[in-house]
Design a protein around this ligand. Sequence first.
Ligand code: PHE
Length: 337
Amino acid sequence: ELIQSIGAAETAARLEELRVAALGKSGSISGLLKGLGAMTPDERREQGPRINGLRDRVSAALSTRKAELEAAELEARLASERVDLTLPAPPRHKGGLHPTMQAMDELIEIFAEMGFSVAEGPDIEDDWHNFTALNFPPRHPAREMHDTFFLKAAEGEERKVLRTHTSPVQVRVMQSQQPPIRIVAPGRTYRCDSDATHTPMFHQIEGLVIDRGIHMGHLKWTVAQAVARFFEVEDVETRFRPHHFPFTEPSAEMDVRCDRSGGEIRIGQGDDWLEILGCGMVHPKVLANCGIDPVEYQGFAFGMGVDRLAMLKYGMPDLRDMFAGDVRWLSHYAFSP
Ligand code: PHE
């Protein structure tokens, strides 16, 4: 009877009930086992194996049924909690490359193929590297508060600046290596300025070539080639307008031919001109300040605004959007890696 009820138990609780009723302290089989003590040796010899045998069969039936119930429960759980591996995976958000960094990488690659290597300098500069070595006169307007971010100076120390251009990297390179020099210096630059075409932090890429017999023809060819390749046009007509930088002589700004008649600016055709970069022949005083003999060596340098070049290439209307951190803007313009 017991074995039958155990086999028919549908739940673990029912099984436990049956176990307690048979094998518990005051269970029926426990009672029979206790009764053995009061029997005569002959009775015990006969009843002992029968009662013990019964207990063993009931125990075995209990554990068999317990295993069956557990297996059934596991089956049910596996069936109800099944994972459908054929469902499409949820979307994963991947990062992208900011358009400025994309433009920077393209420019570095273009110059690398022309034989330039990459040089870097600190964002926090001293006055000497940012201005003095570059031949800025003592009271040049660019040193004034409205252009330059000055850092608070520690007691007795000279105040540092956030570099206003990448040109101080020219100085660091010339101080640490002798010609021939052929480097580009990409990096962040800072000026106290903000409107649709200016942000307090922006990016420049600087170029510097120093060797014997370098002249403006080398400068013109190099920058025109690089700009044409950046804008993916066959050739680009350039125009050099006289300009002034303290660290180059002569100095120029370079414009490229473009077409502004449609909504977007198209480079290399049309009747308009677009200013792209500042450049010139490295001033003899700058060479001398950096320990290079200006009689033996000449060089050219140029600097361009990378964010502006990215805006032109990818057709963005406002420079400030570049650094606003709006995810909608970023996911529209970012380059997938
Ligand atoms: N440093 C200049 C600027 O920020 C650009 C420049 C670089 C001009 C190198 C001449 C030579 O405007």
